[in-house]
Design a protein around this ligand. Structure first.
Ligand code: NAP
Length: 327
């Protein structure tokens, strides 16, 4: 692969993390391309209103995404719309393959493919997303001040988010499909002590109903008796787990049991020159500001790595698992 056709950095994914990485990479004079399959902006393009990104008291998610994109393009970042189908680590250049058979050779790769909240797949869930159905209490809880909300799930996230929502809402119904929460004991105690939270045990939401003003009720089914009843509510928050989009993460990359990529403080994976950022990376908070910070960290670390690699100060040592197949 001739030096001049190879990239210093390929960024896979154009969410807040990828776009932030693009800004920092261009400022560090890296030859960079960002590849995104859809519209740049990631999950934020679906947010009606973002109120927790510093510097913006209230901004439409799509507008914030546009600002990130314009900022990255202002440095001349090359952006390609395309679907990456494989990321292949190698000693000389890592390879990024697209579905149209194009292949990008690069010293470093930042993977920011994000993830998605798991869905209930019930009627009304997709239709009323953003109009009463939410997967993020920190993002949308404020719109439900003094209102009644339903939270679905029984894990740590559902418990934590119920406690968060109880500070704002009039009433929180925590709907759980079993008779015991999966959440840790400390959270369970707090839930039980909070007089605004009522747990509906052995119950599942079977339908979300709305009118022109937004969500107005859910249908609840008792899993033991099969009885269905309607519960009036203005919001439905669903926390039944989150799935990282880790399909493109190369074999041999260290991941935790839930499929999140484990990195060091530089966002670097155990494969030299390959970084994971944003919701794909194991971390405490999944927020736009954190993804953007990851993008910055990974791009600065990649700049250092690429320079050291070009000057021969480091060699790309691949893990054992990859040496069996990699070059
Ligand atoms: P989780 O632990 O997988 O819990 C998901 C919950 O949703 C479970 O209670 C599950 O019920 C329920 N559920 C799953 N599918 C469902 C469906 N189709 N219909 C109804 N209910 C459904 O997910 P999580 O709460 O997002 O936590 C993910 C990981 O992050 C966990 O390891 C958790 O400990 C960690 N976490 C930690 C903290 C913290 O330490 N502060 C905070 C948040 C998350 P069942 O119980 O019946 O399976």
């Amino acid at each position: 692969m001739p030096q001049d056709t190879a990239y210093d950095l390929v960024i896979v994914g154009g969410g807040p993390g990828g776009l932030s990485a693009g800004i920092y990479a261009m400022r560090a004079a890296l030859k960079t391309v960002l590849i995104e399959v859809g519209v740049p902006g990631g999950q934020m393009i679906n947010s009606e209103s973002v109120e927790n990104y510093p510097g913006f008291i209230n901004v439409h998610g799509a507008e914030l995404a546009q600002k990130f994109t314009e900022h990255a393009k202002s440095y001349g970042l090359e952006m390609i719309t395309g679907e990456v189908v494989a990321i292949e680590p190698s000693r000389e250049y890592h390879m990024v393959r697209l579905d149209n058979s194009e292949v990008y050779a690069t010293h470093a790769i930042i993977i920011g493919t994000g993830g998605n909240p798991k869905k209930l797949n019930i009627p009304g869930e997709n239709e009323y997303y953003g109009r009463g159905v939410s997967y993020c209490a920190v993002c949308d809880g404020f719109f439900f001040r003094n209102k009644t909300v339903v939270v679905v799930g029984g894990g740590d996230t559902a418990a934590e988010e119920s406690l968060y929502l109880a500070k704002l809402a009039k009433q929180v119904y925590l709907v759980h499909r079993r008779d015991a929460l999966r959440a840790g004991m400390l959270l369970q105690e707090r839930i039980k002590e909070d007089c605004k939270i009522e747990i509906l045990w052995n119950t599942v939401v079977t339908e979300i109903k709305a009118d022109s003003a937004g969500v107005r009720a859910v249908d609840l089914k008792d899993t033991q008796t099969g009885k269905v009843r309607e519960l009036p509510t203005e919001g439905v928050f669903i926390f039944i787990g989150f799935e990282p989009n880790n399909k493109l993460v190369p074999a041999g990359t260290r991941m935790n049991m839930d499929g999140y990529v484990v990195t060091d403080a530089k966002c670097e994976t155990n494969i030299p020159g390959i970084y994971a950022i944003g919701d794909l990376r194991e971390k405490y908070a999944r927020q736009i500001v954190v993804a953007a910070a990851d993008g910055c960290t990974a791009a600065l670390a990649a700049a250092h790595y690429v320079e050291a690699k070009k000057t021969g100060n480091i060699v790309c040592e691949l893990p054992e698992e990859l040496l069996k197949t990699g070059s």
